[in-house]
Ligand binder design. Structure first.
Ligand code: DGL
Length: 272
């Protein structure tokens, strides 16, 4: 029986948190990771430009990898381009959106924090998740301008500036009517990479919601429901990362990908 070929996509290294969960769930799957490092970070892009960019980049990646399933392991991309992607390409997509529904079910204080990129925070999609699932909660939604970049720097082996980190996260730690934030949604796939450091600077302990395990279960279900293609030669090998700019070929970046299960790489040059 052939195993599913799965293409994971993010603007950078954040989707590796999802890739690890998928690798655990489906240990024999053929995994190819892709990072639009030419367009990173996505957080500050204008909605329409970003959506066009993502549809274009995914077109090139799908042609190269010929995946059975595509995982958009990026909240900023999923909340802006999922509909267009599904309308444009016939392959099944699994997306990543802020885990507001489980947070609302889990909070005891009724006070939830959502940490995400500025783009995700501005999306209609995110606001509608809050209105639908967390209307009975107080939700502090914060667009952290630098957190994804800080996570990438950490993976490249640089020291995290703890003061800067504290400034990025503090807006979701709030007190209200005798209660305080008890659940924080990690609404960007980069952020689980910083949980240890966030815990060090946070004013009190909270429960973090990292949606990666739930996404991995969904990927397994979709792969099972999908008619898999027969094995094809000339697609990137399992454990390959595809970059959209040769800028990402810096050795510290490639070492970081290698350590997370993607020791091979290729560049599909797609300038912004
Ligand atoms: N990892 C991405 C997300 O889940 C976005 C990071 C960025 O490009 O700013 O939203």
């Amino acid at each position: 029986m052939s195993e599913p070929r799965i293409l994971l996509f993010d603007s950078g290294m954040g989707g590796l948190t999802v890739a690890s969960a998928v690798a655990k769930q489906l240990p024999d799957a053929h995994l190819v990771y892709s990072a639009d490092n030419a367009g990173f970070p996505y957080g500050a892009w204008k909605e329409q430009d970003l959506s066009k960019r993502i549809v274009k980049v995914l077109g090139a990646l799908i042609a190269r990898v010929k995946p059975d399933v595509v995982v958009i392991a990026c909240n900023t991309a999923s909340t802006v381009a999922m509909k267009e992607l599904r309308e444009t390409y016939p392959v099944p997509f699994v997306g990543t959106v802020p885990a507001i529904k489980p947070a609302a079910a889990m909070t005891k204080s009724g006070i939830i924090g959502v940490l995400a990129t500025p783009g995700t925070v501005n999306r209609e999609y995110t606001h509608s998740l809050i209105h639908t699932y967390a209307f009975h909660c107080k939700v502090f939604l914060h667009g952290a301008p630098r957190l994804a970049e800080i996570a990438e720097q950490k993976l490249r082996g640089h020291k995290v500036d703890m003061d800067e980190l504290r400034n990025e996260i503090m807006p979701v730690y709030r007190k209200r009517d005798g209660g305080r934030t008890d659940v924080v949604v990690l609404g960007c796939t980069h952020y689980p990479l910083l949980v240890d450091e966030i815990n060090e600077v946070a004013p009190w302990a909270v429960t973090f919601i990292d949606p990666a395990p739930a996404i991995a279960r969904r990927v397994a279900d979709v792969a099972e429901e999908t008619k898999l293609q027969p094995p094809i030669n000339d697609v990137p090998a399992h454990g390959t990362v595809i970059l959209t700019s040769a800028r990402g070929e810096a050795s510290e970046t490639l070492t970081a990908y290698g350590a997370m299960g993607f020791p091979k790489h290729e560049v599909l040059d797609l300038p912004v």
